[in-house]
Design a protein around this ligand. Structure first.
Ligand code: NI
Length: 227
């Protein structure tokens, strides 16, 4: 499931993050890629343990925590500490690749299975050309370029790439989620059921049917979740 989540960050949070990025030091991105992806990865990242990266990570994780759509769509068990990357000039693309299935959190040392990938866009799309996230599926590639503060979540299993940036700089925060529900189809059904229940409650208020459906949702989550 590909899902765009609008306004993960408030305007205030976005401005704070952009200011923190302005004073940060960058390093070559290929250091954190797997052997195959490293050949294709040509971008820059903020150092994981810099003060600015720590402050940005805290803002992003708090924003994710309070976002009901993010929770409903991903059912997070563990979130890889968010990182920030930049594509510009001659470090401007990341060829088609798959993400490593297991990653070690550089903060906790914990293993994280990358069920879901997330890109949170941080630059106004009018300030750069190119830089689309291309997500491949059997029908072709979907090109994703979102407003600053919006995010896309997509299955960690996909082949994807970042198209070359030909003007300006593309800034984004990226991370992975290990979900309580490992199976993509089960997770998607739970998301659709949850959204339907919210829609019914908004349209008709709480009633015995919406309560019963909420019970079904939680019983399915109990059956499928690994916590
Ligand atoms: Ni990737």
């Amino acid at each position: 499931m590909l899902l765009t989540i609008k306004q993960v960050l408030t305007a205030d949070e976005l401005a704070k993050i952009q200011a923190l990025i302005g004073s940060a030091a960058w390093e070559a991105g290929r250091e954190t890629a797997g052997a195959q992806a490293a050949e294709l990865k040509n971008n820059e990242q903020l150092a994981h343990e810099s003060d600015s990266m720590r402050a940005i990570r805290q803002i992003v994780l708090q924003a994710l925590d309070r976002h009901p759509t993010f929770f409903s769509a991903t059912l997070p068990k563990r979130v890889f500490p968010p990182r920030v990357n930049r594509y510009q000039g001659t470090s401007n693309s990341f060829g088609a690749h798959v993400d490593n299935s297991i990653r070690f959190s550089p903060v906790s040392g914990q293993k994280i299975r990358t069920d879901i990938s997330c890109t949170l866009f941080l630059a106004d799309p009018s300030t750069y050309d190119g830089g689309e996230l291309l997500i491949h599926d059997p029908q072709g590639a979907r090109a994703i370029k979102l407003d600053a503060g919006d995010a896309i979540v997509y299955p960690g299993t996909t082949v994807h790439e970042v198209a070359p940036v030909t003007r300006g700089a593309r800034l984004a925060c990226f991370f992975w989620i290990e979900s309580m529900v490992r199976d993509t189809t089960q997770r998607q059904m739970l998301f659709e059921l949850d959204q339907t229940i919210q829609g019914l409650r908004n349209a008709h208020g709480d009633n015995p049917h919406s309560v019963a459906l909420t019970g079904t949702y939680h019983n399915l989550l109990r059956m499928w979740a690994d916590v």
